[in-house]
Ligand binder design. Structure first.
Ligand SMILES: C[S@@+](CC[C@H](N)C(=O)[O-])C[C@H]1O[C@@H](n2cnc3c(N)ncnc32)[C@H](O)[C@@H]1O
Ligand code: SF4
Ligand code: SF4
Length: 389
């Protein structure tokens, strides 16, 4: 299905099968869309999108697992998050502001007793709904049939290696549980995909992970481990290893035409928008920020790693602050937009860009300030973030 959301320059055409979107500067694709989201209010600014496209919503910090590399540092002892009624009214506000996609994540979203009701409500509000889950459930049959009944646009499960390495990071028995979930999901029409966090341990088993993935899903994505939260204690890969694993993925792709293999060393569609569209609008700076993050306690952040790195980027808290006010007027969000725009300009002129590197990562730029940086190979003099400048 295609959704067209009105913008002052034209609109955004959102594809619900891939969860990707295109910037449209004329009205043509409006006609081909199945659903149309008009402005429900007059946008206060024309230099940014009228609303985030995606919201990452950490439903809870709690988790049934305590993975060694978890950037959220989740565990069964972590906090549960907001009440059900508070979450319901927040969803209504998100709807009102024109947001298209909600990615429910955590912690482990399914560790909340009300997870099904929350996702069901989000679907009833016509959001494009995706879920990030570890696939380890007390009652696998029940959870799989609940997931299947929701009609979610996408469900992403984590696989961090073959059994030994997966269980090393995620806990004994978690690999077998995940495979049992994937087996059951195969019999449904759920659009599931896999994500693997690359560490020194699983670098040598990429081809085996891909082979396994091809049995269960249509998409697998390899991402490098962020040195955030408990990720600080683990075994991050180097810039060169990251690049080489990207080459390996490219090579493997030829043997698996039915499986889309993504890798964080690739520039993904929409990740860096072209500096100038034919309309003359500069889409490279503030337009590049298309998402918002909601932490389990109801605080808003510009990025899904930010809340686990520094308090500086806290944009507000629900219900005291409204999404529209934050999106259009937050000084901190403006500074974030300016800073990431500068980072983007730096990467556009770097000879590694689109050669060995997909461009900056907000969170790794911040991590570099603490000497933990392992991503940018040329960033010896980090572009200082706004709270230091
Ligand atoms: C925090 S988890 C929440 C969803 C669910 N509990 C899970 O593990 O899939 C979201 C994603 O972040 C990944 N992740 C966890 N720690 C990470 C780290 N240090 N760096 C990069 N990704 C990480 C997980 O593997 C998962 O794919
Ligand atoms: S990575 Fe996911 S499953 Fe593992 S502890 Fe963190 S939230 Fe839980
Ligand atoms: S400056 Fe660093 S992050 Fe940017 S493209 Fe070059 S290597 Fe990549």
């Amino acid at each position: 299905m295609k959704i067209f959301r009105e913008e002052y320059f034209g609109g955004i055409l959102y594809d619900t099968s891939t969860l990707t979107y295109k910037i449209i500067t004329d009205g043509k694709d409006k006609i081909s869309a199945d659903r149309f989201i008009p402005f429900s209010f007059k946008p206060e600014r024309t230099d940014i999108l009228s609303a985030p496209v995606r919201v990452y919503f950490e439903l809870t910090e709690k988790c049934n697992l305590s993975c060694k590399h978890c950037f959220v540092s989740s565990s069964p002892l972590s906090k549960n998050g907001m009440s059900t009624s508070m979450i319901f009214s927040l969803l209504e506000e998100m709807k009102d502001s024109g947001i298209i996609n909600i990615r429910f994540t955590g912690g482990e979203p399914t560790s909340r007793d009300d997870w099904f009701d929350i996702l069901n409500y989000a679907k009833s509000l016509e959001f494009v709904v995706s879920l990030s889950s570890n696939g380890v459930y007390k009652d696998t049959d029940k959870t799989v049939s609940q997931i299947a009944s929701l009609g979610l646009e996408q469900v992403t499960f984590s696989i961090d290696g073959l059994e030994e390495n997966h269980d090393y990071l995620r806990g004994k028995g978690s690999f077998k549980s995940l495979i049992s979930t994937l087996e059951k999901l195969k019999k449904t029409n759920v659009n599931s995909r896999l994500t693997t966090v690359l560490t020194k341990l699983n670098l040598r088993e990429i081809s085996k992970i891909v082979e396994l993935a091809s049995k269960y899903v249509k998409v697998i994505s390899f991402v490098f481990m962020r040195v955030i939260g408990r990720g600080r204690q683990e075994l991050p890969i180097s810039f060169q290893e990251h690049y080489e694993s990207g080459l390996e993925v490219e090579r493997l792709q030829k043997y698996y035409p039915e499986l889309l293999i993504l890798h964080s060393a690739m520039v993904l569609p929409g990740q860096f928008l072209k500096p100038h569209s034919s309309s003359g609008i500069d889409f490279s700076s503030s337009f590049a920020n298309t998402s918002l993050n909601i932490a389990a306690n109801g605080t808003f952040w510009p990025h899904h790693y930010a809340s686990h790195q520094t308090d500086y980027f806290m944009l507000g808290k629900y219900p005291e602050n409204k999404i529209k006010d934050i999106w259009f007027s937050s000084e901190i969000l403006n500074r974030y937009r300016t800073w990431t725009g500068l980072l983007q300009e730096r990467c556009f002129t770097c000879e590694e860009f689109r050669h060995r590197c997909a461009g900056y990562n907000f969170e790794m730029e911040i991590a570099s300030l603490t000497g933990k940086e392992n991503y940018c190979c040329v960033n010896n003099t980090p572009l200082l973030p706004p709270w230091i400048q």
